[in-house]
Write a protein that binds this ligand. Structure first.
Ligand code: NAD
Length: 477
Protein backbone atom coordinates (compact mmCIF):
# COMPACT_ATOMS: atom_id res chain seq x y z
CA UNK A 1 0.00 0.00 0.00
CA UNK A 2 1.41 3.42 -0.80
CA UNK A 3 0.87 6.75 0.89
CA UNK A 4 -1.26 7.88 -2.07
CA UNK A 5 -4.03 5.52 -0.89
CA UNK A 6 -4.95 8.02 1.83
CA UNK A 7 -6.85 11.25 1.28
CA UNK A 8 -4.88 14.22 2.61
CA UNK A 9 -5.80 15.40 6.12
CA UNK A 10 -4.00 18.74 6.37
CA UNK A 11 -3.74 20.50 9.71
CA UNK A 12 -5.81 23.67 9.61
CA UNK A 13 -4.40 25.56 12.62
CA UNK A 14 -1.93 28.25 11.60
CA UNK A 15 0.24 29.74 14.32
CA UNK A 16 1.02 33.45 14.33
CA UNK A 17 4.64 33.82 13.31
CA UNK A 18 6.56 37.08 13.25
CA UNK A 19 8.88 37.83 10.35
CA UNK A 20 11.77 38.48 12.70
CA UNK A 21 12.59 37.52 16.29
CA UNK A 22 15.03 39.27 18.61
CA UNK A 23 16.43 37.84 21.83
CA UNK A 24 14.38 37.51 25.02
CA UNK A 25 16.50 39.04 27.77
CA UNK A 26 15.41 40.59 31.06
CA UNK A 27 11.73 40.06 30.18
CA UNK A 28 12.01 42.12 26.97
CA UNK A 29 12.50 41.43 23.27
CA UNK A 30 15.80 43.04 22.33
CA UNK A 31 17.88 43.29 19.17
CA UNK A 32 21.11 41.29 19.25
CA UNK A 33 24.33 43.29 19.81
CA UNK A 34 25.74 41.14 17.02
CA UNK A 35 23.09 42.57 14.61
CA UNK A 36 23.11 39.10 13.05
CA UNK A 37 19.98 37.23 11.97
CA UNK A 38 19.45 34.03 10.02
CA UNK A 39 16.39 32.21 8.71
CA UNK A 40 14.79 29.19 10.32
CA UNK A 41 13.81 26.82 7.51
CA UNK A 42 10.76 24.58 7.13
CA UNK A 43 12.56 21.37 6.07
CA UNK A 44 9.49 19.88 4.35
CA UNK A 45 9.11 22.89 2.05
CA UNK A 46 12.67 24.24 2.01
CA UNK A 47 11.23 27.66 2.81
CA UNK A 48 12.27 30.27 5.35
CA UNK A 49 9.71 30.61 8.16
CA UNK A 50 11.18 33.57 10.07
CA UNK A 51 14.44 35.40 10.67
CA UNK A 52 15.93 34.73 14.07
CA UNK A 53 18.64 36.61 15.98
CA UNK A 54 22.09 35.05 16.45
CA UNK A 55 23.41 36.18 19.83
CA UNK A 56 27.12 36.67 20.52
CA UNK A 57 29.28 36.87 23.66
CA UNK A 58 27.97 40.38 24.50
CA UNK A 59 24.38 39.18 24.26
CA UNK A 60 25.18 36.22 26.48
CA UNK A 61 26.86 38.54 29.01
CA UNK A 62 23.74 40.74 28.99
CA UNK A 63 21.52 37.67 29.58
CA UNK A 64 23.77 36.56 32.41
CA UNK A 65 23.52 39.93 34.14
CA UNK A 66 19.75 39.91 33.91
CA UNK A 67 19.50 36.27 35.08
CA UNK A 68 21.79 37.01 38.04
CA UNK A 69 19.76 40.06 39.04
CA UNK A 70 16.50 38.11 38.76
CA UNK A 71 17.96 35.30 40.84
CA UNK A 72 19.14 37.56 43.64
CA UNK A 73 16.26 40.04 43.72
CA UNK A 74 13.14 38.07 42.92
CA UNK A 75 13.24 34.39 42.17
CA UNK A 76 15.37 32.81 44.86
CA UNK A 77 13.91 34.93 47.74
CA UNK A 78 10.34 34.23 46.56
CA UNK A 79 8.16 31.85 48.59
CA UNK A 80 8.35 28.42 46.90
CA UNK A 81 4.55 28.19 46.64
CA UNK A 82 4.54 31.49 44.71
CA UNK A 83 7.21 30.18 42.35
CA UNK A 84 4.99 27.17 41.76
CA UNK A 85 2.13 29.46 40.70
CA UNK A 86 4.21 30.88 37.86
CA UNK A 87 5.30 27.42 36.72
CA UNK A 88 1.68 26.23 36.80
CA UNK A 89 0.71 29.25 34.72
CA UNK A 90 3.30 28.32 32.10
CA UNK A 91 2.07 24.70 32.13
CA UNK A 92 -1.53 25.78 31.65
CA UNK A 93 -0.63 28.19 28.85
CA UNK A 94 1.25 25.43 27.00
CA UNK A 95 -1.82 23.21 27.33
CA UNK A 96 -4.20 25.96 26.20
CA UNK A 97 -2.03 26.81 23.17
CA UNK A 98 -0.93 23.25 22.51
CA UNK A 99 -2.33 22.94 18.99
CA UNK A 100 -0.66 26.13 17.81
CA UNK A 101 2.65 25.13 19.43
CA UNK A 102 2.44 21.64 17.89
CA UNK A 103 1.99 23.09 14.41
CA UNK A 104 4.93 25.42 14.91
CA UNK A 105 7.10 22.54 16.16
CA UNK A 106 6.15 20.45 13.16
CA UNK A 107 6.82 23.29 10.67
CA UNK A 108 10.16 24.25 12.19
CA UNK A 109 11.57 20.77 12.73
CA UNK A 110 9.83 18.51 10.18
CA UNK A 111 8.28 16.10 12.66
CA UNK A 112 4.78 14.71 11.95
CA UNK A 113 2.05 16.87 13.46
CA UNK A 114 0.59 13.73 15.04
CA UNK A 115 3.77 13.28 17.10
CA UNK A 116 4.14 16.97 18.02
CA UNK A 117 0.44 17.10 18.97
CA UNK A 118 0.26 13.80 20.88
CA UNK A 119 3.74 13.57 22.37
CA UNK A 120 6.05 16.60 22.33
CA UNK A 121 3.72 19.33 23.52
CA UNK A 122 1.65 17.40 26.10
CA UNK A 123 4.86 15.91 27.53
CA UNK A 124 6.47 19.35 27.73
CA UNK A 125 3.38 20.67 29.57
CA UNK A 126 3.45 17.68 31.92
CA UNK A 127 7.05 18.51 32.87
CA UNK A 128 5.98 22.00 33.94
CA UNK A 129 2.96 20.64 35.85
CA UNK A 130 5.07 17.97 37.55
CA UNK A 131 7.84 20.34 38.61
CA UNK A 132 5.43 23.06 39.74
CA UNK A 133 4.16 20.50 42.24
CA UNK A 134 7.65 19.99 43.63
CA UNK A 135 8.55 23.68 44.11
CA UNK A 136 7.30 23.83 47.74
CA UNK A 137 8.26 20.27 48.67
CA UNK A 138 11.96 20.33 47.95
CA UNK A 139 12.95 19.28 51.46
CA UNK A 140 11.83 15.80 50.33
CA UNK A 141 14.28 15.98 47.44
CA UNK A 142 17.38 17.46 49.06
CA UNK A 143 20.01 15.00 50.17
CA UNK A 144 19.74 13.90 53.82
CA UNK A 145 20.63 16.61 56.31
CA UNK A 146 20.69 19.43 53.74
CA UNK A 147 18.21 22.24 53.25
CA UNK A 148 17.15 22.63 49.61
CA UNK A 149 19.16 25.50 48.13
CA UNK A 150 19.18 26.72 44.52
CA UNK A 151 22.40 26.85 42.52
CA UNK A 152 21.99 30.26 40.87
CA UNK A 153 22.05 30.94 37.12
CA UNK A 154 21.73 27.90 34.84
CA UNK A 155 22.66 27.72 31.16
CA UNK A 156 20.65 25.27 29.05
CA UNK A 157 21.71 24.24 25.55
CA UNK A 158 19.30 22.02 23.61
CA UNK A 159 19.26 20.18 20.27
CA UNK A 160 16.74 20.20 17.41
CA UNK A 161 15.03 16.85 17.75
CA UNK A 162 12.58 17.71 20.57
CA UNK A 163 13.02 21.48 20.80
CA UNK A 164 10.29 22.45 23.28
CA UNK A 165 10.46 19.22 25.23
CA UNK A 166 14.23 19.38 25.78
CA UNK A 167 13.84 23.01 26.89
CA UNK A 168 11.07 21.96 29.31
CA UNK A 169 13.23 19.15 30.72
CA UNK A 170 15.74 21.79 31.81
CA UNK A 171 13.71 24.92 32.53
CA UNK A 172 10.95 23.33 34.64
CA UNK A 173 13.21 21.72 37.30
CA UNK A 174 15.60 24.69 37.27
CA UNK A 175 12.81 27.17 38.03
CA UNK A 176 11.13 24.88 40.56
CA UNK A 177 14.39 24.75 42.54
CA UNK A 178 14.71 28.56 42.52
CA UNK A 179 17.29 28.99 39.75
CA UNK A 180 17.11 31.36 36.80
CA UNK A 181 17.82 30.23 33.23
CA UNK A 182 19.48 31.23 29.98
CA UNK A 183 18.23 28.94 27.20
CA UNK A 184 20.14 28.49 23.92
CA UNK A 185 17.89 26.63 21.44
CA UNK A 186 19.25 24.82 18.38
CA UNK A 187 19.75 26.97 15.28
CA UNK A 188 17.40 24.92 13.08
CA UNK A 189 14.49 24.85 15.56
CA UNK A 190 14.33 28.04 17.65
CA UNK A 191 10.66 28.96 17.15
CA UNK A 192 8.89 27.08 19.94
CA UNK A 193 11.51 28.27 22.44
CA UNK A 194 10.67 31.82 21.38
CA UNK A 195 6.96 31.05 21.80
CA UNK A 196 7.78 29.73 25.27
CA UNK A 197 9.48 33.07 26.02
CA UNK A 198 6.26 34.78 24.92
CA UNK A 199 4.29 32.49 27.23
CA UNK A 200 6.62 33.35 30.13
CA UNK A 201 6.11 37.05 29.41
CA UNK A 202 2.31 36.61 29.30
CA UNK A 203 2.53 34.69 32.59
CA UNK A 204 4.23 37.73 34.18
CA UNK A 205 7.28 35.67 35.07
CA UNK A 206 9.60 38.21 36.73
CA UNK A 207 12.01 39.71 34.16
CA UNK A 208 15.26 37.78 33.74
CA UNK A 209 14.04 34.53 35.29
CA UNK A 210 13.96 32.98 31.82
CA UNK A 211 16.13 34.36 29.02
CA UNK A 212 16.24 32.92 25.50
CA UNK A 213 19.34 33.65 23.43
CA UNK A 214 19.03 32.09 19.98
CA UNK A 215 21.94 31.37 17.68
CA UNK A 216 24.26 28.63 16.51
CA UNK A 217 27.21 26.71 17.96
CA UNK A 218 29.17 29.95 18.45
CA UNK A 219 26.36 31.34 20.64
CA UNK A 220 26.38 28.07 22.60
CA UNK A 221 30.16 28.24 22.97
CA UNK A 222 29.85 31.84 24.26
CA UNK A 223 27.42 30.63 26.92
CA UNK A 224 29.76 27.78 27.89
CA UNK A 225 32.64 30.25 28.15
CA UNK A 226 30.83 32.28 30.86
CA UNK A 227 32.78 31.36 33.96
CA UNK A 228 30.08 32.87 36.16
CA UNK A 229 27.45 30.25 35.29
CA UNK A 230 26.45 28.10 38.27
CA UNK A 231 25.18 25.21 36.20
CA UNK A 232 25.21 24.11 32.59
CA UNK A 233 22.81 21.50 31.23
CA UNK A 234 23.66 20.35 27.73
CA UNK A 235 21.79 17.98 25.43
CA UNK A 236 23.38 17.28 22.08
CA UNK A 237 26.11 15.36 20.34
CA UNK A 238 28.91 13.51 22.11
CA UNK A 239 31.56 15.56 20.23
CA UNK A 240 30.22 18.90 21.47
CA UNK A 241 29.60 17.39 24.92
CA UNK A 242 33.28 16.49 25.10
CA UNK A 243 34.31 20.05 24.17
CA UNK A 244 32.00 21.44 26.84
CA UNK A 245 33.34 19.08 29.51
CA UNK A 246 36.85 20.29 28.70
CA UNK A 247 35.82 23.96 28.82
CA UNK A 248 34.01 23.63 32.14
CA UNK A 249 36.62 21.47 33.89
CA UNK A 250 38.07 23.18 36.96
CA UNK A 251 35.30 25.78 37.15
CA UNK A 252 32.53 26.11 39.74
CA UNK A 253 29.92 25.39 37.03
CA UNK A 254 27.97 22.19 37.70
CA UNK A 255 27.51 20.14 34.53
CA UNK A 256 25.07 17.56 33.17
CA UNK A 257 25.53 16.08 29.70
CA UNK A 258 22.79 14.22 27.80
CA UNK A 259 24.55 12.96 24.69
CA UNK A 260 24.17 10.47 21.87
CA UNK A 261 23.19 6.82 21.86
CA UNK A 262 23.12 3.60 19.83
CA UNK A 263 20.53 1.58 21.70
CA UNK A 264 20.15 -2.18 21.44
CA UNK A 265 16.65 -3.54 21.12
CA UNK A 266 16.66 -7.26 21.95
CA UNK A 267 13.92 -9.51 20.56
CA UNK A 268 13.67 -13.03 21.97
CA UNK A 269 11.83 -15.77 20.06
CA UNK A 270 9.22 -16.01 22.84
CA UNK A 271 8.30 -12.30 22.54
CA UNK A 272 4.72 -11.26 21.71
CA UNK A 273 5.65 -10.61 18.10
CA UNK A 274 2.79 -8.33 17.00
CA UNK A 275 3.48 -5.93 19.84
CA UNK A 276 7.24 -6.30 19.49
CA UNK A 277 7.21 -5.30 15.81
CA UNK A 278 5.20 -2.21 16.73
CA UNK A 279 7.71 -1.50 19.50
CA UNK A 280 10.62 -1.83 17.07
CA UNK A 281 8.91 0.50 14.58
CA UNK A 282 8.17 3.04 17.30
CA UNK A 283 11.69 2.58 18.64
CA UNK A 284 13.46 3.58 15.44
CA UNK A 285 11.09 5.46 13.11
CA UNK A 286 9.53 7.79 15.70
CA UNK A 287 10.54 11.36 14.80
CA UNK A 288 12.39 10.01 11.69
CA UNK A 289 14.87 8.36 14.04
CA UNK A 290 16.01 11.76 15.35
CA UNK A 291 15.94 10.35 18.86
CA UNK A 292 18.99 10.00 21.13
CA UNK A 293 17.52 6.86 22.71
CA UNK A 294 16.24 5.35 19.42
CA UNK A 295 16.42 1.55 19.24
CA UNK A 296 18.80 1.66 16.30
CA UNK A 297 20.38 -1.80 16.72
CA UNK A 298 17.85 -4.63 16.60
CA UNK A 299 19.15 -7.93 17.98
CA UNK A 300 16.84 -10.78 16.97
CA UNK A 301 16.99 -14.39 18.16
CA UNK A 302 18.13 -16.37 15.14
CA UNK A 303 15.14 -18.73 14.97
CA UNK A 304 12.74 -15.84 14.23
CA UNK A 305 15.08 -13.65 12.17
CA UNK A 306 13.51 -14.36 8.75
CA UNK A 307 9.99 -13.82 10.06
CA UNK A 308 10.96 -10.54 11.75
CA UNK A 309 12.67 -9.25 8.61
CA UNK A 310 9.58 -10.06 6.48
CA UNK A 311 7.24 -8.44 8.95
CA UNK A 312 9.41 -5.35 9.26
CA UNK A 313 9.42 -4.89 5.48
CA UNK A 314 5.63 -5.23 5.39
CA UNK A 315 5.27 -2.78 8.25
CA UNK A 316 7.53 -0.06 6.83
CA UNK A 317 5.74 -0.30 3.47
CA UNK A 318 2.60 0.76 5.35
CA UNK A 319 4.19 3.82 6.96
CA UNK A 320 3.04 7.04 5.34
CA UNK A 321 5.87 9.39 4.44
CA UNK A 322 5.13 12.98 3.46
CA UNK A 323 3.93 16.38 4.58
CA UNK A 324 4.55 16.67 8.34
CA UNK A 325 1.43 18.84 8.63
CA UNK A 326 -0.78 16.03 7.28
CA UNK A 327 -2.41 14.21 10.21
CA UNK A 328 -1.91 10.84 8.45
CA UNK A 329 1.86 11.21 8.17
CA UNK A 330 4.08 8.75 10.04
CA UNK A 331 7.45 9.79 8.62
CA UNK A 332 7.98 13.53 8.24
CA UNK A 333 10.96 15.51 6.99
CA UNK A 334 14.59 15.19 8.01
CA UNK A 335 15.47 18.24 10.08
CA UNK A 336 18.01 19.83 7.74
CA UNK A 337 19.92 19.30 4.52
CA UNK A 338 23.11 18.72 6.54
CA UNK A 339 21.43 15.92 8.52
CA UNK A 340 20.06 14.36 5.32
CA UNK A 341 23.57 14.31 3.87
CA UNK A 342 24.95 12.72 7.03
CA UNK A 343 22.30 9.97 6.94
CA UNK A 344 22.96 9.35 3.27
CA UNK A 345 26.71 9.10 3.84
CA UNK A 346 26.30 6.56 6.63
CA UNK A 347 23.80 4.48 4.63
CA UNK A 348 26.23 4.38 1.69
CA UNK A 349 28.97 3.19 4.05
CA UNK A 350 26.67 0.35 5.15
CA UNK A 351 26.15 -0.78 1.57
CA UNK A 352 29.88 -0.46 0.80
CA UNK A 353 30.78 -2.50 3.89
CA UNK A 354 28.53 -5.35 2.70
CA UNK A 355 25.23 -4.98 4.59
CA UNK A 356 21.93 -5.40 2.73
CA UNK A 357 19.72 -2.30 2.57
CA UNK A 358 15.92 -2.58 2.64
CA UNK A 359 13.74 0.46 2.29
CA UNK A 360 10.16 1.54 2.50
CA UNK A 361 8.63 1.34 -0.99
CA UNK A 362 7.08 4.76 -1.58
CA UNK A 363 7.50 7.96 -3.57
CA UNK A 364 9.31 10.90 -2.02
CA UNK A 365 7.82 14.41 -2.17
CA UNK A 366 9.40 16.57 -4.88
CA UNK A 367 10.54 19.19 -2.38
CA UNK A 368 11.95 18.94 1.10
CA UNK A 369 14.44 16.77 2.95
CA UNK A 370 12.99 13.27 3.15
CA UNK A 371 14.45 9.82 3.75
CA UNK A 372 12.63 6.48 3.49
CA UNK A 373 12.26 4.27 6.56
CA UNK A 374 15.08 1.77 6.10
CA UNK A 375 16.80 -1.18 7.71
CA UNK A 376 19.92 -3.18 7.09
CA UNK A 377 20.35 -6.95 7.34
CA UNK A 378 23.67 -8.85 7.17
CA UNK A 379 25.17 -6.31 9.54
CA UNK A 380 28.49 -6.99 11.27
CA UNK A 381 29.16 -5.45 14.69
CA UNK A 382 32.19 -3.71 13.17
CA UNK A 383 30.19 -1.89 10.46
CA UNK A 384 29.89 1.87 10.91
CA UNK A 385 26.08 1.57 10.76
CA UNK A 386 26.26 -0.69 13.83
CA UNK A 387 28.61 1.58 15.77
CA UNK A 388 27.91 5.22 14.87
CA UNK A 389 24.81 7.15 15.75
CA UNK A 390 22.95 7.79 12.47
CA UNK A 391 20.14 9.94 13.93
CA UNK A 392 17.83 9.02 11.06
CA UNK A 393 15.23 6.35 10.16
CA UNK A 394 17.79 3.57 9.77
CA UNK A 395 17.81 0.32 11.73
CA UNK A 396 20.68 -2.19 11.83
CA UNK A 397 19.33 -5.76 12.25
CA UNK A 398 21.62 -8.43 13.72
CA UNK A 399 20.98 -11.85 15.23
CA UNK A 400 22.00 -13.86 18.31
CA UNK A 401 21.64 -17.42 19.57
CA UNK A 402 21.82 -17.19 23.38
CA UNK A 403 20.90 -14.53 25.95
CA UNK A 404 24.62 -14.20 26.78
CA UNK A 405 25.43 -13.39 23.16
CA UNK A 406 22.56 -10.87 23.04
CA UNK A 407 23.86 -9.12 26.17
CA UNK A 408 27.43 -9.08 24.87
CA UNK A 409 26.41 -7.60 21.52
CA UNK A 410 24.07 -5.09 23.18
CA UNK A 411 26.88 -3.83 25.41
CA UNK A 412 29.39 -3.70 22.56
CA UNK A 413 29.06 0.07 22.10
CA UNK A 414 30.75 3.12 23.57
CA UNK A 415 27.30 4.56 24.36
CA UNK A 416 25.03 3.75 27.31
CA UNK A 417 21.76 5.66 27.04
CA UNK A 418 18.92 3.19 26.52
CA UNK A 419 17.99 -0.38 25.59
CA UNK A 420 14.91 -2.56 25.15
CA UNK A 421 14.08 -6.21 25.81
CA UNK A 422 11.13 -8.20 24.47
CA UNK A 423 10.27 -11.60 25.92
CA UNK A 424 7.12 -13.09 27.37
CA UNK A 425 9.03 -14.38 30.39
CA UNK A 426 9.25 -11.75 33.12
CA UNK A 427 12.19 -13.33 34.91
CA UNK A 428 14.23 -13.47 31.69
CA UNK A 429 13.31 -9.90 30.95
CA UNK A 430 14.53 -8.69 34.35
CA UNK A 431 17.68 -10.82 34.27
CA UNK A 432 18.71 -9.49 30.84
CA UNK A 433 17.71 -5.88 31.59
CA UNK A 434 19.93 -5.85 34.68
CA UNK A 435 22.97 -6.78 32.62
CA UNK A 436 22.51 -4.09 29.98
CA UNK A 437 24.80 -1.09 30.34
CA UNK A 438 22.26 1.63 29.68
CA UNK A 439 20.67 4.40 31.72
CA UNK A 440 17.13 3.37 30.72
CA UNK A 441 15.93 -0.13 29.81
CA UNK A 442 12.40 -0.58 28.49
CA UNK A 443 10.85 -4.02 28.97
CA UNK A 444 8.21 -5.07 26.40
CA UNK A 445 7.81 -1.47 25.31
CA UNK A 446 10.04 1.31 23.97
CA UNK A 447 10.38 5.10 23.97
CA UNK A 448 8.10 5.72 26.94
CA UNK A 449 8.62 8.87 29.00
CA UNK A 450 7.21 10.37 32.14
CA UNK A 451 8.34 13.47 34.05
CA UNK A 452 8.65 11.44 37.25
CA UNK A 453 11.05 8.97 35.66
CA UNK A 454 14.77 9.85 35.55
CA UNK A 455 16.42 9.74 32.13
CA UNK A 456 20.10 9.87 31.23
CA UNK A 457 23.09 7.81 30.29
CA UNK A 458 26.64 6.96 31.09
CA UNK A 459 29.87 6.32 29.17
CA UNK A 460 29.73 8.35 25.91
CA UNK A 461 26.04 9.09 26.45
CA UNK A 462 26.90 11.56 29.20
CA UNK A 463 26.15 11.88 32.89
CA UNK A 464 23.48 13.29 35.18
CA UNK A 465 19.74 12.66 35.11
CA UNK A 466 16.74 14.63 33.93
CA UNK A 467 13.26 13.97 35.33
CA UNK A 468 12.03 12.77 38.69
CA UNK A 469 13.72 13.36 42.02
CA UNK A 470 17.13 12.53 40.56
CA UNK A 471 16.69 15.26 37.96
CA UNK A 472 15.63 17.82 40.56
CA UNK A 473 18.76 17.15 42.61
CA UNK A 474 20.86 18.30 39.65
CA UNK A 475 19.47 21.80 40.25
CA UNK A 476 20.05 21.95 44.01
CA UNK A 477 23.28 22.82 45.82
P1 NAD B 1 24.89 19.38 18.54
O1 NAD B 1 25.77 18.93 19.62
O2 NAD B 1 25.48 19.72 17.24
O3 NAD B 1 24.07 20.68 18.98
C1 NAD B 1 23.32 20.70 20.17
C2 NAD B 1 23.24 22.14 20.66
O4 NAD B 1 24.55 22.59 20.98
C3 NAD B 1 22.71 23.14 19.63
O5 NAD B 1 21.94 24.10 20.29
C4 NAD B 1 23.98 23.75 19.07
O6 NAD B 1 23.80 25.04 18.54
C5 NAD B 1 24.85 23.79 20.29
N1 NAD B 1 26.29 23.77 20.01
C6 NAD B 1 26.95 23.36 18.90
N2 NAD B 1 28.29 23.50 19.05
C7 NAD B 1 28.47 24.02 20.29
C8 NAD B 1 29.63 24.38 21.04
N3 NAD B 1 30.86 24.22 20.56
N4 NAD B 1 29.46 24.85 22.29
C9 NAD B 1 28.23 24.98 22.82
N5 NAD B 1 27.09 24.68 22.15
C10 NAD B 1 27.22 24.19 20.91
O7 NAD B 1 23.79 18.26 18.43
P2 NAD B 1 22.55 18.21 17.44
O8 NAD B 1 23.03 17.76 16.14
O9 NAD B 1 21.76 19.47 17.52
O10 NAD B 1 21.64 17.11 18.16
C11 NAD B 1 21.76 15.78 17.92
C12 NAD B 1 22.52 15.11 19.04
O11 NAD B 1 21.87 15.33 20.30
C13 NAD B 1 22.57 13.62 18.86
O12 NAD B 1 23.85 13.13 19.10
C14 NAD B 1 21.59 13.11 19.93
O13 NAD B 1 21.81 11.81 20.33
C15 NAD B 1 21.76 14.10 21.01
N6 NAD B 1 20.59 14.10 21.92
C16 NAD B 1 20.74 13.55 23.16
C17 NAD B 1 19.65 13.49 24.03
C18 NAD B 1 19.79 12.90 25.39
O14 NAD B 1 18.91 13.13 26.24
N7 NAD B 1 20.84 12.13 25.68
C19 NAD B 1 18.41 14.00 23.64
C20 NAD B 1 18.30 14.56 22.36
C21 NAD B 1 19.41 14.60 21.50
Amino acid sequence: MSSSAYAPAPESTRPTIRNEYGLFIGGKWVAPQSARYDASIDPAREQAIARVAYGDADDIARALRSARKAYERWWEPMKPASRAKYIYRIARAITERSREIAVLESMDGGKPIREARDFDIPTAASHFFYHAGWADKLEWVARAGRAPRALGVCGAIVPWNFPLLMAAWKIAPALACGNTVILKPAETTPLTALLLAQIAQDADLPPGVLNVVTGDGATGAALVAQGDLDKLAFTGSTEVGREIARAVAGRKTRLTLELGGKAAHILFADAPLDQAIEGVVRGIYFNQGHVCCAGSRLLVEESILDEVVDRLQQRIDRLRLGDPLDKNTDIGAINSRAQLERIDELVRSGVEQGATLRQQRCDLPERGYFYRASFFTNVESSHRIAREEIFGPILAVMSFRTPEEAIEKANDTPYGLSAGVWTERGSKNMAVAQQLKAGVVWCNTFNRFDPSSPFGGFRESGFGREGGIHGLREYLA
